[in-house]
Design a protein around this ligand. Structure first.
Ligand SMILES: Nc1nc2c(ncn2[C@@H]2O[C@H](COP(=O)(O)OP(=O)(O)OP(=O)(O)O)[C@@H](O)[C@H]2O)c(=O)[nH]1
Ligand SMILES: [Mg+2]
Length: 711
């Protein structure tokens, strides 16, 4: 495999709503460039970038997939991202390693909810955006001008076509390059390579107008180009190419291209476009990294640490630094770490420090990814995307670099999981294999959480929704041969208090030799939502020796973690220890911990404990005629409508709804909208559970308090 220098690399993330055709486009690109496993039509399931059977079975991308295409002297590193809302955080993680976002739209529907979300991810990092309108072959494609109007209404007048699609009675079979004014014609389901032909008369006038609009927009804001434009009525092609490249790099223009990924039309032109106009990693702004600096310690000054920002240019001459943006764990081949070369040059056998984990790692035979295959390369230059097998401790989000040149990249934030399910291993053997298998899956999937319910001792899996957890269960079976049964989802309730109260806890035992003695008085006070837990030591005069106070706090926290009403952790309160007594010989940390627990329990008698539930910020998109029924249903789910808007494909409803009412919302929405609605939700805040419901939850819960272990 050939090595490419930074200037000959293009890193591109493919973003967009579910089913816009991103994976299909990736396959079309790979087929056209000729490097991919040939597999017939570009949409067939086993494409180079479908990672596992779950994705094939469900026909959707669930995690970022990486492949590369060599095209006319450049290497394109492509990251195919999921468009289903449940996995959209992956698209966000894909933005760090790339310099370009290819935003794929479905020609029938245009901008959809996830298009907006992923657009905002690109916006966050000021990434250039190239808009690709796909599925132009479809009979129901929206009219070209109407679609452009919609895009401009949303994203501004920087949206400008650089191509015209040639659609006539024989369908979509060609494109006109609005820079060179050449027409390219394609064979449907062919090799994706167009042949230059005569510009059809019927399109000549449209092409001329569109060319002028493009030239004008590119020239705007550049005095010398404007002068040239006014003097000549146009800009010479080489100036136009250069200026368009610059405008795209600086995010001043969002170019629009047209393809049919399914029929492989327009693909080579898209590749040419990326080669000429998409910025290479060399052209990006330097990465801002952090470095911990130690001051003082020379005998007089105290040692202090501070953090400074270090800018890293994407340059081979800078110290080698890589950022791991994805991990894949294979039961046989082991761990595969996908990385971005932030700076420097990576060769086989290089040893790099993993700063955060304080370990060094040797990169043996690093290479580039082609789907699941690792192709070895001699060198990876600054800005390239690579991968390496069998790192020992490195995880997604870690930075590695040359010893003594410690820097850290800020990892891409991962949202909190919203749904928790209980799972039950089918047999003892399954139970033994469960935890190691899940820990491997969690390395790949940062949103997956695995823990035990302290109340029922059940195994719990938390993720972004039912589909996510079902896919994990299927992966456990297929990849690790672990069988588990999925049980009903759980709501992560919390408990809190509504009133202040005081409590007294005394722990006293006289059994044989040493006795045990501790005594404390505490006060609990409610705090604002989201405050968590605060502890205040208000002991004067040493009624409890200072070194025993942390034990009191520990006792309170342990008891609070088990809740009071229904076994859920208690939050948003302050505990103040203000008095107590001790015994010179019999007092111990354990005794004070026990007294802390007892005092906390005593407080609960008068602190008016209450249950809190998660309330979700929900967005539901439905056809206009279904909006009334959907809102009525939301009211029945204790939902509060926050606002409504209209989108291209219907009505968008914003609401806040308790998670407990949304556990099987997918099914309900499907039947309310005949499958045409979609929704997404994320955690907004915790709120009190209404009394009647709270009583039911409390009476249904297995109380642990009575059987609290004595340690
Ligand atoms: N007619 C037509 N159908 C297409 C085209 N591109 C994709 N499709 C179809 O659209 C469906 C979805 O395609 P995918 O490539 O899996 O879509 P995606 O954007 O990767 O979807 P997610 O991975 O879920 O985000 C498939 O059934 C494709 O056959 C196209 O150019 N024309
Ligand atoms: Mg896909």
């Amino acid at each position: 495999m050939r090595c490419y220098s930074s200037a000959d690399i293009r890193n591109v993330a493919i973003l967009g709503h579910a089913h816009s055709g991103k994976t299909c486009l990736m396959s079309a690109i790979l087929r056209t460039a000729g490097g991919a496993v040939a597999n017939g039509r570009s949409d067939s399931g086993g494409g180079a970038t479908f990672y596992d059977e779950e994705e094939v079975a469900r026909g959707m991308t669930m995690a970022n997939a990486v492949a590369m295409a060599e095209w006319d002297g450049v290497k394109l590193n492509l990251i195919d991202t999921p468009g289903f809302h449940m996995f959209v955080h992956e698209a966000r993680a894909a933005m760090l390693p790339v310099e370009n976002a290819l935003v794929v739209l479905n020609a029938q529907t245009g901008i959809e909810p996830v298009t907006e979300t992923t657009w905002s991810f690109a916006d966050e990092v000021s990434s250039p955006r190239i808009i690709v309108i796909n599925q132009v072959d479809h009979a129901k494609s929206a009219a070209r001008e109407e679609m452009l109007e919609r895009l401009r209404a949303r994203w501004g007048r920087q949206v400008v076509p650089v191509q015209l699609p040639i659609v006539d009675e024989s369908g979509f079979h060609g494109v006109i390059d609005l820079v060179s004014m050449e027409a390219l014609f394609y064979r449907l389901d062919g090799d994706g390579r167009g042949s230059v032909g005569e510009l059809p008369n019927a399109f000549a006038e449209d092409a001329r107008i569109a060319h002028e609009a493009l030239v004008e927009l590119v020239a705007e804001g550049k005095d010398e180009l404007m002068d040239e434009f006014f003097a000549l009525g146009t800009i010479p092609q080489d100036h136009l190419v250069e200026a368009l490249h610059e405008a795209i790099r600086e995010d001043r223009i969002f170019p629009v291209l047209y393809v049919s990924a399914l029929r492989n039309v327009g693909t080579d032109h898209l590749l040419d476009f990326l080669k000429v106009y998409a910025p290479s990693p060399k052209e990006r702004a330097p990465f801002a990294t952090r470095r911990q600096v130690r001051h003082g310690g020379n005998g007089t000054a105290a040692v202090t640490d501070s953090v400074e920002t270090v800018m890293r240019n994407v340059d081979d001459r800078e110290p080698a630094t890589i950022y791991v943006y994805k991990t894949l764990v294979d039961p046989f081949a082991g761990r595969l770490s996908y990385f971005k070369v932030i700076s420097g040059c990576i060769r086989s056998e290089i040893t790099l420090e993993n700063y955060a984990r304080g370990e060094s790692e040797r990169l043996v035979h690093p290479g580039v990814m082609q789907g699941r295959r690792l192709l070895e390369v001699a060198e990876l230059h600054a800005g390239d995307l690579g991968a390496v097998a069998k790192l020992r401790v490195t995880q997604t989000g870690d930075t590695l670099g040359v010893k003594g040149q410690e820097v850290l990249m800020e990892p891409v934030p991962v949202p909190e999981p919203v749904m928790t399910y209980a799972i039950e291993p089918r047999s003892r053997a399954d139970e033994d294999k469960l935890s190691p298998a899940l820990h491997k899956l969690m390395e790949e999937d940062l949103l997956l959480r695995f823990f035990r319910d302290p109340q029922t001792n059940e195994f719990l899996l938390a993720g972004t929704g039912q589909l996510h957890i079902e896919a994990v269960v299927a992966r456990l079976r297929r990849r690790f041969h672990v069988e588990v049964a999925l049980k009903a989802p759980k709501v992560p309730y919390r408990e809190t208090i509504r009133a202040s109260s005081v409590g007294h806890g005394r722990h006293k035992k006289q059994s044989g030799g040493h006795g045990q003695f501790a005594d404390c008085r505490i006060r609990v006070e409610p705090l604002a939502r989201g405050s968590g837990f605060e502890f205040v030591n208000d002991i004067f005069g040493g009624s409890i020796p200072r070194h025993f106070v942390p034990a009191v706090e520990k006792g309170i926290q342990e008891s609070a973690a088990r809740g009071h009403l229904a076994g859920y952790p208690m939050v948003d309160f302050r505990a103040v220890v203000f008095d107590g007594s001790y015994h010179e010989v019999d007092s111990s940390e354990i005794a004070f911990k026990m007294a802390g627990r007892a005092a906390f329990r005593a407080c609960m008698e008068h602190a008016k404990p209450a249950l809190l539930e998660p309330v979700m910020r929900t967005e539901i998109e439905v056809p206009e005629e279904c909006a009334g029924a959907v809102i009525g249903d939301l009211n029945g789910r204790r939902g509060r409508i926050q606002g409504m808007g209209s989108t291209v494909s219907g009505t968008l409803i914003h609401a806040q709804v308790p998670l407990a009412e949304m556990l099987s919302y997918g099914t309900a929405l499907t039947s309310l909208t005949q499958g045409r609605g979609c929704f997404r939700m994320e955690m907004d805040h915790y709120d009190f559970v209404p009394a009647a419901i709270s009583e039911k939850i409390a009476s249904g819960a297995t109380r642990m308090a009575a059987s609290e272990p004595e340690d």
